[in-house]
Design a protein around this ligand. Structure first.
Ligand code: PGA
Length: 263
């Protein structure tokens, strides 16, 4: 783990259907997070639940974010939510998630526009990158990751580094129960940092946070957060289970306390 603060980001995706369940989950996560203030936690609910979750998170340290945004500030864009709107109640946004790339036509160009708009609106941005199973099997991971990082960060500068988070999420590991080998995750996260260094400078590469995502849970989170260069995890399915996610916060805090003691 990096010497910086660890981050667990809860990507709820299109869940839960019931706002009461969303509220219960937030209360449970907030209680656990309060016991471990050394771990940064951010929650990314579906848009309709943002306001309610925002109210429940008042007086907590937990971050709130949207799962996507549009780059125009306002106007005739039916169905879209702008980064500027999110910034009214959120500090965070996810862009370039592989499910957006797969189901909604997200490209490196649109990721670049969304990232720039989100940064301009004052948000901290989690930019997701990751290779598909076919690309993985064809040994194209490095080329794909470099292309996605360069493309997605095309409009960024070194000044943005403190509000930039890169999430390495191999597509074949998302929601499949088949998490990446920590060694593979480590090599790819190192490549991400090096690519960012080449793009916007070595100082920036040290300041950004790099996460792993893909079938993380309470049983395997330690093997990622203990990696050098890893700042935490982007968590999907396990973030919907209060006990499981709570345990992930505890484990991350334990690993962080050991790392901090060493550095
Ligand atoms: P998962 O999803 O933890 O359910 O694999 C991670 C993500 O898509 O961010």
């Amino acid at each position: 783990m990096n010497a910086g603060r660890p981050l667990l980001a809860a990507n709820w995706k299109m869940n839960p259907i019931d706002p009461g369940d969303a509220a219960d989950l937030v209360r449970a996560v907030a209680a656990k997070a309060a016991e471990h203030p050394e771990v940064d936690v951010a929650i990314f609910p579906p848009f309709p639940w943002l306001l309610g979750v925002h109210e429940l998170l008042e007086n907590t340290q937990i971050g709130l974010g949207g799962q996507d945004c549009y780059w125009e500030e306002s106007g005739a864009y039916t169905g879209a939510v702008s980064a500027a709107m999110l910034a009214q109640m959120c500090g965070w946004v996810i862009v370039g998630h592989s499910e957006r790339r797969l189901h909604f036509g997200e490209t490196d160009d649109t990721v670049a526009k969304k990232t720039a708009a989100a940064l301009a609106a004052g948000l901290t941005v989690i930019v997701c990158v990751g290779e598909t199973l076919l690309e993985h099997e064809n040994h194209e991971t490095e080329a794909v990751i470099e292309r996605q990082v360069r493309g997605g960060l095309a409009e960024c500068s070194a000044d943005d580094a403190r509000r930039l988070v890169l999430a390495y999420e191999p597509v074949w590991a998302i929601g499949t129960g088949r998490s990446a080998e920590p060694e593979h995750a480590y090599k790819t996260m190192r490549l991400i940092r090096n690519t960012v260094g080449g793009l916007i400078g070595q100082g920036a590469a040290r300041l950004i946070r790099v996460l792993y995502g893909g079938s993380t849970n309470a049983g395997n989170v330690e093997s990622y957060v203990e990696l050098p260069l890893c700042d935490g995890c982007l968590v999907g399915g396990a973030s919907l289970k209060a006990d499981e996610f709570g345990r992930m916060i505890e484990v991350t805090a334990e690993v962080y306390s050991k790392t901090a003691a060493r550095s």
